[in-house]
Design a protein around this ligand. Structure first.
Ligand SMILES: [Zn+2]
Length: 391
């Protein structure tokens, strides 16, 4: 059985099954598409399928020893490659195990368990920013050996763009084996940033695109897990089709909406104490939970995008914050000459500066002042957002 938490892309899955049944599976696949579209989950399921000993309806059974080992990343013939820290690695000939200190190894094993349970979980090993050439050298050695019982050897390469970053030595090392792989060997490269992958790698892989998950499906899933319909719709739209993000957002939605209120209130207020509250909130998020800070900026951008869209079209069809439509209508009419597009740019630039360690309080004040200039209409009084209803 395929992990029930994975939203299967039926088109891609049946295409892969067809190729496999006709003995025409390419020896190297590149699963690409945005974050949270299920690429890694599909790669693991395909690896499980190839060696499953009790296939059911063209799906891996999920319970035979081979499926269990594949899905828990313990299968001897299924190798997982992803960015790792350098650790004690001194030269390209050192074993990959030198990348792990005791504590990093423990964290890594915990992450593998999380990944087994949640196909949308993203493994990020602390201190890792590249796929080590040591991993590729070890892989080449493994690939040269034969597998037990004529099993398929599957090489999963997650965050495959990191083969080429910051240097492309791992990518170059991979090229030859990618070109002439042994029989019964499948490479599945997975990437959300496939443009960063060298053309020479692209040309050796069959590309399979995983689009974002539709709002309807996400909304349904979120409702299924207990969210009400408006909350589910807003969070599904904010997530932009990213399953992982939608699940994180729904868990944290009330808090996030309260913080968004503080952020927006500062943008429409001339009271420095309100600005301070916004700066404080953002600074705390940056220290405690950078992902939540990113989500706050994302929501602020989307709120201004709603204002831009609503002002330009006077319709609410595509509005993300449907639950704030009265507020959006009022803001759009109060500031009818506002340049909402510039406001979006100010927010995006500020997030950029802050993530590059710009001085947060100063960046935030500049952003608020820039936004107020772009709003154009003079702000005589703080704009009260008191009818804000957190979802
Ligand atoms: Zn099985």
């Amino acid at each position: 059985m395929i992990n029930p938490d994975l939203i299967i892309n039926k088109k891609n899955w049946s295409r892969l099954i067809r190729s496999w049944k006709n003995n025409k599976l390419a020896h190297a696949l590149l699963f690409h598409g945005p974050d949270g579209s299920g690429k890694e989950g599909h790669a693991v399921e395909l690896a499980a399928l190839l060696n499953c000993t009790a296939l059911r309806d063209e799906e891996p059974c999920g319970s035979c020893p081979s499926c269990k080992q594949t899905k828990s990343f313990q299968h001897g013939s299924v190798k997982l490659i992803l960015p790792l820290p350098r650790g004690k690695i001194k030269s390209s000939g050192d074993p990959v195990t030198n990348a792990f200190s005791e504590s990093v190894l423990k964290e890594y094993l915990d992450m593998l368990k999380e990944k087994e349970a949640d196909p949308y979980y993203s493994i990020r090993v602390p201190g890792a920013n590249t796929i080590l050439i040591n991993s590729i050298r070890e892989l080449k050695h493994d690939v040269s050996l034969s597998t037990v019982n004529n099993e398929w050897r599957v090489i999963l390469i997650f965050q495959a763009e990191k083969l080429c970053f910051p240097r492309a030595e791992a990518a170059h090392a991979l090229l030859k084996v990618l070109e002439e792989p042994p029989e019964q060997t499948l490479f599945i490269l997975v990437s959300s940033k496939s443009r960063a992958i060298l053309d020479t790698i692209h040309s050796r892989c069959q590309s399979i695109y995983f689009p974002p998950i539709s709002t309807e499906i996400l909304q349904e899933q979120l409702q299924h897990s207990g969210a009400d319909s408006v909350q589910a719709l807003v969070m599904a739209r904010i997530s932009g089709g990213n399953v992982r993000l939608s699940r994180e957002l729904i868990q944290n939605s009330t808090d996030l909406m309260e913080k968004l209120y503080i952020f927006l209130n500062a943008c429409f207020s001339i009271d420095p104490s309100i600005w301070n509250k916004c700066i404080d909130t953002t600074a705390r998020l940056k220290t405690k939970n950078i992902r939540q800070m990113e989500q706050l900026f994302r929501c602020a951008v989307l709120f201004f995008r709603d204002l831009l869209y609503y002002t330009a079209t006077d319709t609410d069809d595509e509005i993300i914050f449907k639950n704030q439509i009265n507020k959006i209508d009022k803001l759009s009419k109060t500031y009818s000459n506002a340049d909402w597009h510039s406001c979006i740019q100010h927010i995006e630039n500020t997030q950029n500066y802050i993530s590059r360690n710009g001085y947060l309080p100063l960046q935030m004040i500049c952003m608020i002042l820039d936004i107020q200039k772009s709003i154009k209409g003079e702000i005589y009084e703080p704009f009260k957002l008191s009818d804000w209803t957190p979802v």
